[in-house]
Design a protein around this ligand. Structure first.
Ligand SMILES: NC(=O)c1ccc[n+]([C@@H]2O[C@H](COP(=O)([O-])OP(=O)(O)OC[C@H]3O[C@@H](n4cnc5c(N)ncnc54)[C@H](OP(=O)(O)O)[C@@H]3O)[C@@H](O)[C@H]2O)c1
Length: 293
């Protein structure tokens, strides 16, 4: 059997790095990891250079993720999240490659009184969310074989994110005020990479036609940022006061959804993927955090 060639784009981001950390555990696959310098997804020419690797699967971890900055850098966000996705989709289709792509809980932005399902309406309320949704649409229109995973509140042990920011702030602050009315699930980048590669391993790199589509992909369980911060400090034995505040007391340029709880039913049923509870994953992540963040 020929090896399955997998290109991972955005390889220096949180999710991209997570794929890199574990890829050697998947000997069936031949990987090529490319960061923004090696492949700019907003450049057609840059994407065309990927042809020489003859990819069977492209995993796109590249995105414009500066949620607040996007409100003033609309064109930049659109160029990467919408046009970049469109270019990648067209390339994947020409190469007869499958495209695995990540999107966000922010595309929903409403509360139906239960966990959000993939069939629920979308209601993006920020430039980031709008451009990510347009990227999803481009992929679903252009590519035959694709999986789009909507994930939420992503963190790892080494990048700039909520977990590492909390730990850094705790070194100089005695008290922190953290938003408590945004409800969702923190998702460990490592779990995302394991879920995707375990799935591809089981499928020998072939996505079934009936599996093509959009899936929610987040750690199990529900929390809010305030409780998440407390869990981080408790696990690390850090004595710091954490005060709950409302989103309205912490204004940001981009609006965040108050309800980001996503159902994993489709993911469990169709792809046979299930992620651990966020508390277990947080503990696993914190074991890897080095002190000098
Ligand atoms: N982080 C979250 O909380 C979160 C939540 C929901 C969904 N997601 C989605 O999950 C995916 C992975 O997110 P992440 O947390 O790993 O993001 P990340 O850490 O910000 O990584 C994104 C990577 O994309 C790269 N990039 C930006 N523009 C590019 C371009 N034109 N061409 C190639 N690479 C480019 C960035 O490079 P530079 O660093 O050089 O800019 C960065 O390394 C994204 O699709 C994101 O929208 C993330």
């Amino acid at each position: 059997m020929n090896p399955v060639n997998i290109i991972v784009l955005g390889a220096h981001g949180q999710v991209g790095k997570a794929f890199h950390h574990i890829h050697q555990q998947y000997p069936k696959f031949r990987f090529l990891f490319l960061d923004r310098k090696s492949c700019d997804i907003s450049s057609k020419e840059s994407i065309e250079n990927l042809r020489t690797f003859h990819p069977n699967i492209i995993i796109n971890c590249a995105a414009y993720t500066a949620v607040d900055l996007a409100e003033s850098e609309i064109d930049k966000a659109k160029l990467v999240n919408t046009e970049g996705s469109r270019l990648l989709a067209a390339f994947a289709e020409r190469q007869k490659a499958s495209l695995i792509h990540f999107s966000t809980d922010y595309v929903y932005h409403h509360n139906p009184g239960r966990a959000l399902k993939e069939t629920d309406e979308t209601n993006p309320q920020s430039i980031y969310a709008q451009t990510k949704l347009e990227g999803e649409l481009a992929i679903s229109e252009i590519v035959d074989k694709y999986l789009i995973f909507r994930t939420s509140w992503v963190y790892d042990q080494e990048s700039k994110n909520f977990v590492t920011t909390m730990l850094r702030l705790a070194e100089s602050r005695k008290s922190l005020s953290i938003v408590s009315d945004q409800i969702g699930a923190p998702t460990y980048a490592h779990d995302i990479a394991v879920a995707v590669l375990d799935y591809l391993d089981r499928k020998n790199g072939v996505i079934g036609h009936n599996e093509v589509g959009i899936y929610n992909l987040s750690n199990q369980g529900v929390t809010n940022w305030f409780e998440f911060a407390k869990a981080i400090f408790k696990a690390k034995n850090i004595d710091i006061e954490v005060k709950p505040i409302k989103t309205s007391e912490y204004p940001t340029p981009a609006s965040r959804p108050l309800w980001s709880v996503m159902s994993s039913d489709k993911l469990n049923k169709e792809l046979k993927i299930s992620l651990p509870n966020w508390k277990d994953s947080l503990h696993n992540c914190l074991k890897l955090v080095v002190n000098n963040l």
